[in-house]
Design a protein around this ligand. Structure first.
Ligand SMILES: *Cc1c(COP(=O)(O)O)cnc(C)c1O
Length: 348
């Protein structure tokens, strides 16, 4: 936790550092060789997350990117088409891994990260047509990062997955921030995960762990995921030291995500009132604030640099786009200070 007056880091919810109690839980974790299935902490974490998500089995992996890449590997074949929302993490932030690892291409549909079953149906390319790449997977992000942390409407998720299944395609939920969607929207994690064949959740975002994501699904698919994880170089040994952070976070850091959401809202309300800012407060549903600078207003890189000079770190995401993310290591008071400093900088 940074002290008052020091830099307030709102670049991402991945910047948190494990607190003393989490480190203690890690240090004291019972461990074993996970590749023999003998790490009790990993096994417990996998069982707890599978149960929370209402799935038969789960697998601890080093990153959300690896969880996404395993899903692509397990649910597609080379040459297939994967339907995603615009600016999806798999499309934009995984260094082309879907093409490199699984030989898939992507079709982005909808607007602002959300899309509907109609959007999917319009984009679906059925298998067996000689010129068309077969759509074998649809992937949803909940919450959607680049769209401002919006909670994906569950009615649409249900309809999308049922349209996908009717067409012989699978559904994947990139739930890097599913815990935020659960806390913000009130639906259980199992309800949110129910329509999907595979689901991932990240421990290293809002839950404040140093490392790790978990992929969940039915037993046969997760058994295949164990092999695929090994192929990707993501199989670990005494990983219980890391899993223990996840177990600690489920007990201590999950309910407090509501504070992050309130803090994001207070920042968003200040920024939305500033000159040259385009910020739809309806998109601020969780811990992410994404806004645009209007044409003629200062450019995001210049704003991020000026913010840094006054002790606030935000991300310039694009030529007109900025992002601030709240998390475990910034208090309400720090968020109020950050909002003051940003508002002074942007001008009322
Ligand atoms: C952060 C994130 C991931 C995975 O990130 P890693 O840094 O690989 O853990 C995947 N999807 C979304 C939507 C994310 O925000």
């Amino acid at each position: 936790m940074s002290s008052p007056g020091s830099t307030i880091d709102l670049r991402s919810d991945t910047v948190t550092r494990p607190a003393a109690a989490m480190r203690r839980a890690m240090a004291e974790a019972p461990v074993g060789d996970d590749q023999y299935g003998e790490d009790p902490s990993v096994n417990l974490l996998q069982e707890r997350i599978a149960a929370l998500l209402g799935k038969e089995a789960a697998l601890f992996v080093p990153s959300g990117t690896m969880a996404n890449q395993l899903a692509l590997k397990l649910l597609t074949r080379p040459g297939d088409d994967v339907v995603v929302g615009h600016n999806a993490h798999m499309l934009l932030h995984e260094a082309g891994a879907g093409a490199a690892n699984s030989g898939v291409q992507f079709t982005a549909v909808g607007a602002g990260g959300a899309f509907t079953a109609d959007d999917l149906s319009a984009a679906l390319k059925p298998p067996g047509y000689i010129v068309l790449p077969a759509t074998t997977l649809v992937a949803i992000e909940n919450t959607h990062n680049m769209a401002g942390g919006i909670v994906f409407p569950q009615r649409d998720a249900v309809a999308i997955c049922s349209a996908a299944h009717a067409a012989g395609a699978a559904g994947y939920l990139d739930g890097a921030r599913l815990f935020n969607a659960h806390i913000a929207g009130g639906l259980s994690l199992a309800d949110l995960a129910q329509p999907f064949d595979l689901v991932s959740v990240a421990l290293s975002k809002g839950l404040g762990c140093p490392v790790g994501s978990v992929l969940a699904g039915d037993r046969p698919t997760i058994a295949r995921a164990v092999t695929a994880r090994r192929r990707f170089g993501g199989a670990m040994r005494q990983a219980g030291i890391l899993a223990a952070a996840g177990l600690y976070a489920l007990d201590h850091n999950l309910p407090r995500l509501a504070e992050d959401h309130a803090n994001a809202r207070l920042i968003a309300e200040r920024i939305a009132a500033c000159r040259g800012v385009r910020l739809d407060l309806a998109t601020v549903q969780t811990n992410i604030v994404v806004w645009q600078m209007e044409d003629g207003a200062p450019a995001p890189p210049a704003i991020a640099a000026a913010a840094k000079d006054v002790g606030v770190l935000v991300s310039a995401l694009g030529p007109r786009t900025l992002r601030a993310v709240t998390h475990l290591d910034v208090s309400a008071e720090q968020c109020r200070q950050a909002a003051d400093r940003l508002a002074r900088l942007l001008g009322a």
